[in-house]
Ligand binder design. Sequence first.
Ligand code: SF4
Ligand code: SF4
Length: 422
Amino acid sequence: MALEEYAGDMSMCCRCSACKFVPLQQVKGFKHANVCPSISRYNFHFYSGGGRLNLGYAGLKNGFQYVPRYLDVLYNCQLCGACDVSCKYGMDMEVLRPIQEMRIKAVEDGHPHPALETVVSRMRATGSMVPVAGRKRGDWAEGLGLRNALEEKVEILYHVGCLTSFDPERQKVARATARVLDRAGVSFGVLGEAETCCGGRAYEMGHQADFLAQAAKSKELVEKTGVKTLVTSCATCYQVYKVLYDRFGLKDELEVLHITQLLERLLGEGRLKPSRGQEITVTYHDPCHLGRLGEPWIHWQGKKIPGDRFVFDPPKPYRRGTHGVYEPPRRVLAALPGVRLVEMDRIKEYAWCGGSCGGVIDSNPEFAEWTAAERLAEATCTGAEAIVTASPWSEKLFAQVLAKNGGDLAVYDIVELVDQAV
Ligand code: SF4
Ligand code: SF4
């Protein structure tokens, strides 16, 4: 949908500023009441969800002028969706959708962010969002004897994702995932060197045409395998296959699972029996793409009744972040001997972003690290010894910030803990 489609939503913004905070009824305390990294960092209304809607609406009425301040506002947003969820606590209107459309419009009007354009060009050339640096995509699987889903019939395709495939520090998650699936006797395969980027991060960066071209390649590959189920250990890839592809009519009947959902199933069926583990107190970070952004797409069809305020017939259901993947990772952690979970103040749909969303990690690494540091400080408040997540992007950024700023927290991907326990 083009930005114009959201003019009504943008005009509805009453500047109440609820999108800057965890809803009052849900807030646990002053220290962790903020929910939007952008307004918290830059402290000027245009850097909030509502502020961006005000800018977009003004642009629609008076024309967009791509002055440096506007572009700064546009690209210093994590697109984490926290504003959207907080606004919808009381309102029926879209917030994140028009903000995303403003980015797409900027790219189409010839104003991409230079750093993000570089990343997207890399994807076009190599099929990877991260530097390939002479490595091959399937290198992480060397010696594991995994089945190639393009050559052998398997029930489940394990999509590894760019960061987990190429980043030497994240490949451990791919290996742990493969080991755990193997131990549970799952019939799975990988695409090896043929795997390609899902394209979702290009979409967030505003490059919609590049996303659609990349998604077509990825879809074709998955179809060639004939699998009915795709599982991934990357929260972003999950959101892209599950939600974004569905929205654009690219998902068809494919079942898309995050690894935590499959692990929960395998534990329930007794196919995984965790018996060892370390005595450790952990806190769990809900990745935005697995949580509020991972809520299934709702296909609504009806008509918009014109008027001062828009009305939909039949009433349009809104995605409010409540149906993200929140319980599977918590149930998996609860099944691990010795692991005790303590929760942060901002969890589930009100979780503070881990800092790596919306291209900010590439366009403004300082802002990304600041956002992650805020989350790590919140995690430290719980008294946990480790922060566990289910996104390679969050895990990488947390580890990077801890190495830089210091701190006693350990960082784990949830699959690493399961791997240790089984
Ligand atoms: S976007 Fe929603 S919550 Fe934010 S100021 Fe506007 S109406 Fe209020
Ligand atoms: S998407 Fe996230 S960073 Fe952007 S305005 Fe909304 S809450 Fe703030």
